[in-house]
Design a protein around this ligand. Structure first.
Ligand SMILES: Nc1ncnc2c1ncn2[C@@H]1O[C@H](COP(=O)(O)OP(=O)(O)OP(=O)(O)O)[C@@H](O)[C@H]1O
Length: 339
């Protein structure tokens, strides 16, 4: 388990003070895939680098299975750091070394030799799908292949934690998907805890269990991916969520609204999405329900989504239908200026 308690990182530049990380508290369960999202400058990279103490926090505790890494003497810290692997946006490979040599490098630094090194490197090149590329040089590889080398190198010391610094940001969408699949496999086969920072909400949606949203060095919202996506509270989180959920009502629908129409956003969560709630209310109260826009999608394997629906019928009947729907799902009126 990783616990970050009150992490602060302050940079002093000339007479300027920059609070890059400002009192962050985060707990990450063993085996979880935990995402940190935020815009550029939010403090994500600094926070990530505080976890393996590449950056020493100005104050706060970084606990790995209960042990505060900030309190360890240098020699012990060096040892503990081997429990934490890291991959980078721009891969950070040694260009003059082959794929095999890049992956073997951390073991050679540890003084390991011969079969011990060979066995581990081969196992990992197999695992990341590059067994036949071992003698190539980084410049001969695609971005996705380079990241696979980075991943194999990060795993070669058998870490318990993998830190991912914008690991898919330099990759195209298809390659991103294949790297995310590989990260999933790493969790499943090696039971590694993964902490990733990204500015792409799609990445969080695809792979993370929990997410923290950072702004100005602080965590402004934290929770399961399902909860954050289905009911974001902070405006920044809402913006991130709408960037991938496609839930903004098209202008053509909004412009056609007037005070005679009864249009509502009906939000479905989990099992509500599979129940005929609208159909039941419509037939029971003799109104028509017309879906104008929306989608039901899957989040962490659970249905979630919202539909923009128009109720057509008598005022009283519509009121009753709405009342019965509201017993099980969230219903919000849609007006021309408030989507
Ligand atoms: N070594 C440094 N010295 C001074 N200021 C720094 C240093 N590193 C980061 N900062 C500042 O700290 C703040 C947070 O930077 P950080 O790189 O952690 O943000 P980020 O969310 O990772 O953004 P990006 O995705 O652009 O890297 C920024 O204002 C940045 O300029």
């Amino acid at each position: 388990m990783i616990e970050l308690h009150n992490i602060e990182k302050v940079y002093k530049k000339n007479d300027q003070t920059i609070r890059a990380v400002d009192g962050v508290n985060v707990s990450i369960d063993k085996g979880a895939i935990y995402g940190v999202i935020g815009f550029s400058g939010a403090g994500k990279s600094t926070l990530l680098r505080c976890v393996n103490l590449i950056e020493r926090p100005t104050s706060g505790e970084v606990k790995l299975d209960g042990e505060d890494l900030t309190q360890l003497p240098k020699s012990k810290l060096r040892k503990e750091r081997r429990r934490i692997g890291m991959i980078f946006q721009h891969f950070n490979l040694l260009e003059s070394k082959t794929v095999y040599q890049n992956v073997a490098f951390p073991l050679l630094l540890d003084g390991k030799k011969g079969k011990q090194v060979e066995g581990k490197v081969k196992e990992l090149l197999e695992f990341v799908g590059l067994a036949d590329q071992a003698e190539k040089y980084p410049e001969e590889l695609s971005g996705g292949q380079k990241q696979r080398v980075g991943i194999a190198r990060a795993l070669v010391r058998s870490p318990e934690v993998l830190l991912c610094d914008e690991a898919t940001s330099a990759l195209d969408p298809q390659t991103t998907d294949s790297i995310l699949d590989l990260l999933r496999q790493i969790r499943e086969e090696y039971h590694i805890t993964i902490l990733m920072i990204t500015h792409e909400m799609q990445v969080i949606r695809e792979i993370c269990d929990r997410v923290a949203v950072m702004e100005d060095g602080k965590v402004i919202e934290e929770g399961t991916v399902f909860d954050i996506f289905s009911s974001p509270t902070h405006q920044t989180t809402k913006n991130f969520v709408s960037s991938v959920m496609n839930d903004k009502i098209p202008e053509s629908i909004l412009q056609a609204l007037d005070s005679t129409r009864h249009v509502y956003r009906v939000t479905f969560l989990r099992e509500q999405a599979s129940e005929p709630i609208l159909y039941r209310a419509a037939t029971q109260h003799h109104v028509e329900v017309n879906v104008l826009y929306g989608q039901i999608t899957q989040l962490q394997g659970e249905p979630f989504g919202s539909l923009i629906v128009e109720f057509i019928g008598g005022e009283k009947e519509i009121f009753k239908a709405l009342h019965s729907i509201q017993q099980s799902v969230t219903v919000k009126e849609v007006t021309r200026d408030a989507s």
